[in-house]
Design a protein around this ligand. Structure first.
Ligand SMILES: NC(=O)c1ccc[n+]([C@@H]2O[C@H](COP(=O)([O-])OP(=O)(O)OC[C@H]3O[C@@H](n4cnc5c(N)ncnc54)[C@H](OP(=O)(O)O)[C@@H]3O)[C@@H](O)[C@H]2O)c1
Length: 274
């Protein structure tokens, strides 16, 4: 595993497990997380929206792995922002996960006209010590600028859709200049686009004996972006972790970057409404 440090000194694994739709039932979720922990994952990404915090917390508690070795992210849903219920939403996540602290708490999507007031609530949660770091998700540069102007505690992370079809170099650069680490959601394109069939990825993978998915994940890490691929099954979970024994050249990084078409599988952050 490779790690990076957040702007408050907290250590975070560069590769985590996404958990959106990781299992149909709580039992499926539980088993997928136990498997992931067994094969070596130490960073799990969930959210209130995913409805799976309880089985994830249970899997973590029952894994026998010391709590401090596992990095857990969860997220604040926009409906709770609209209802001015941020502290209640955080407490509910804590109860469902049933753990002593959350490593990283993110604002899931920007809620218009509430960017700064939401961040104030996030800062209070951080001050309570129950979240070791706070950050954002799906925030564009203009959202970040608004928050940074007022923030007492700068966001540690911005988690956005990012893969070779939507590279977002400008956003990654802006975040880096402001000490914010980017995380890529749907780093594999979430099976909605033909990304993993791209010839250039197959050629590069062939040089290292790696799959196109492994090449894409490695590309994220080498540009300083944390990736959180989701897989329900042991084989792909393991394969997605097996990316620390090769290094892409700068030319290969550039070839992969040239697949960019500014194409999102998900909603544009300026179009979300709550
Ligand atoms: N902040 C946000 O707004 C936001 C939005 C969306 C997602 N996320 C987070 O990001 C995580 C990842 O995104 P995602 O789940 O949308 O998409 P993803 O990780 O890009 O792709 C997941 C899909 O790829 C398949 N897959 C996994 N490993 C593979 C491999 N090695 N080769 C081929 N296919 C592979 C999975 O199938 P199997 O499971 O069958 O292996 C699944 O269908 C989510 O789970 C969630 O935690 C955050």
């Amino acid at each position: 595993m490779e790690y990076t440090l957040l702007n408050n000194g907290i250590k975070i694994p560069m590769l985590g497990l996404g958990t959106y739709r990781i299992g149909k039932t709580d039992n499926d979720v539980y088993r997928a997380i136990r498997t992931a922990l067994d094969v070596g994952y130490r960073h799990i990404d969930t959210a209130t929206l995913y409805g799976n915090e309880a089985p994830i917390g249970k899997a973590i508690r029952e894994s026998g792995i010391p709590r401090e070795e596992i990095f857990i992210t969860t997220k604040l849903w926009g409906d709770d922002v609209v209802k001015d219920a941020v502290p209640q939403a955080f407490d509910r996540s804590m109860q469902l996960l049933d753990i002593d602290y959350i490593d990283l708490y993110l604002v899931h999507w920007p809620v218009k006209n509430k960017l700064v007031s939401t961040w104030r609530e996030m800062e209070k949660i951080y001050a309570s010590g129950k979240a070791k770091a706070i950050g954002l998700s799906n925030h564009l540069q203009h959202h970040l600028e608004t928050i940074l102007e007022e923030a007492n505690i700068p966001p540690a992370v911005n988690q956005v859709e990012m893969h070779p079809y939507v590279v977002l170099d400008d956003l990654v650069g802006f975040c880096a200049e402001n000490g914010i680490i980017c995380e890529a959601w749907s780093p594999l394109g979430s099976n909605k686009i033909p990304l993993l069939k791209e010839q250039v990825l197959q050629e590069i993978g062939g040089r290292y004996g790696k799959s196109t998915a492994q090449v894409v994940l490695r590309w994220n890490l080498q540009r300083g972006v944390i990736a959180i691929p989701k897989s329900s099954g042991k084989e792909r979970q393991q394969a997605n972790l097996d990316i620390f024994d090769f290094e892409l050249t700068s030319e290969e990084m550039q070839f992969i970057r040239s697949l960019d078409r500014n194409y999102r599988t998900g909603i544009h952050p300026d179009e979300i409404t709550f």
